[in-house]
Design a protein around this ligand. Structure first.
Ligand SMILES: *Cc1c(COP(=O)(O)O)cnc(C)c1O
Length: 397
């Protein structure tokens, strides 16, 4: 087997450098633990940005995938497949929304939500086509396509990629007054992450989501929640909007929806909204493919059966309390919900990330100063204690 060094050199020689990965090659994974080619073991505290809520290779999800590989993997949407209906029904029950539209990546699902809102604006609300406005938040992260980065306020995401898609207005995250002032008769939607993940685990001021959702209702504006990172139990509720008893008009799902095996994303909304799509108006070759449906159906079944929200809530609290005991004067804030936790430093956190890696814990900083801890929700208390010991060692002064 090639060494980590050889693999990294090969990867860097032939690949575009649009990422700066840490110097760890993951070649084996099981649950919350991964191994490199040299046999070093690590706790995975990033979980592929919450795509691994079920841990690596959850046995039942892997079994569902293997079984599906033996029957049919891809049909395209030109024909029906046996599992798409069941996928719809399960996600509909879980989200409480009448209709589902399947895609693959988070960015595609965000695009789908934007198209939904624009068409709803033109067809239902009566906004002149081409005049639709969508309000978004500063420091948002919704993916990497041209339209999605058109909403971004991060210069690194945008530089050199213009011209951008028009029709977006940006307000400070959590600022209800700014939202109120930004709404016009042409506003069709307000798009927000219930907790901003990439921005550094930013929780909005208490009541913001609730007030924003009420404001949207009052003004006939759709409230779109991007739950790609926060959804499916990560924050201690099935969906992070539930922390404020908010039911958005449109949910955007991704990451964990694929059970850590396939890229699966979707938009969920009621019929009065999602029925704006007609044949030919939107689609995806791989969206809703039977292999994706098989793993996702199993993932959703496990999520409910094993009460993942409760697990994330309890383990998250336990974890956060332990993190608060770490003695380091450079730690200025520890925040989070459930198993989505940010530890913010007053200095660049890169050296701490390598100290963690050196101690057998994989984590990564976001926006230089905040380390995100988001282990698989399946991590046992025994494993968590062990990981906490390593983290404490790495982060203590
Ligand atoms: C990761 C993420 C996306 C984009 O998902 P991709 O699958 O990488 O396209 C969108 N929104 C949020 C909140 C995310 O965390």
């Amino acid at each position: 087997m090639a060494s980590s060094k050889e693999i990294i050199e090969q990867t860097n020689r032939f690949g575009a450098q649009n990422y700066a990965p840490k110097n760890v090659v993951i070649s084996q994974a099981d649950g919350c633990k991964v191994k490199d080619p040299e046999g070093n073991e690590y706790y995975d505290m990033l979980s592929a940005y919450s795509a691994l809520n079920f841990g690596h290779r959850h046995p039942e999800i892997v079994e569902a995938a293997k079984n599906q590989l033996d029957s049919v993997t891809l049909t395209s949407r030109a024909f029906h497949n046996e599992l798409l209906g069941e996928f719809y029904e399960r996600l509909s029950a879980l989200s409480g929304k009448e209709l589902i539209l399947p895609m693959n990546t988070g960015a595609e699902a965000v695009e789908t939500a934007l198209k939904t809102a624009r068409r709803w604006g033109a067809f239902v609300k009566g906004v002149e086509d081409g005049k639709q406005e969508i309000i978004v938040c500063e420091n948002n992260f919704h993916g990497r396509t041209i339209t999605v980065i058109s909403m971004s306020t991060d210069p690194d995401c945008r530089k050199g990629f213009g011209p951008f898609t028009p029709g977006f207005k940006v307000i400070p995250y959590g600022d209800i007054e700014a939202l109120e002032n930004a709404v016009t008769e042409n506003t069709v939607a307000f798009l927000a992450e219930p907790i901003q993940g990439e921005a550094g685990i930013i929780i909005p001021p208490a009541g913001f989501l609730k007030k924003a959702s009420e404001l949207c209702k009052k003004n006939n504006v759709l409230f779109i929640a991007d739950e790609v990172q926060t959804g499916f139990a990560r924050t201690g509720k099935m969906f992070a909007c539930q922390h404020e008893d908010v039911v958005p008009d449109i949910y955007v799902f991704g990451k964990a929806l694929g059970g850590g095996v396939m890229p699966v994303s979707a938009v969920a909304a009621n019929r009065d909204i999602l029925s704006v799509f007609t044949p030919g108006s939107h689609g995806s070759t791989f969206g809703g493919n039977p292999l994706s449906c098989a793993v996702s159906i199993k993932a959703m079944e496990i999520l409910v059966r094993d009460d993942y929200p409760k697990m994330a809530q309890e383990k998250g609290e336990y974890f956060m309390n332990a993190l608060r005991k770490i003695n380091n004067s450079h730690i200025v804030d520890i925040r989070g919900r459930g198993m989505l936790i940010g530890v913010e430093f007053d200095i660049n956190a890169n050296d701490y990330v390598y100290a963690l890696i050196h101690n057998g814990v994989l984590a990564k900083e976001t926006h230089e100063r905040t380390i995100r801890f988001a282990p698989p929700i399946t991590i046992s208390y025994e494993e968590l204690d062990d990981a906490i010991e390593k983290i404490t060692k790495a982060l203590s002064e």
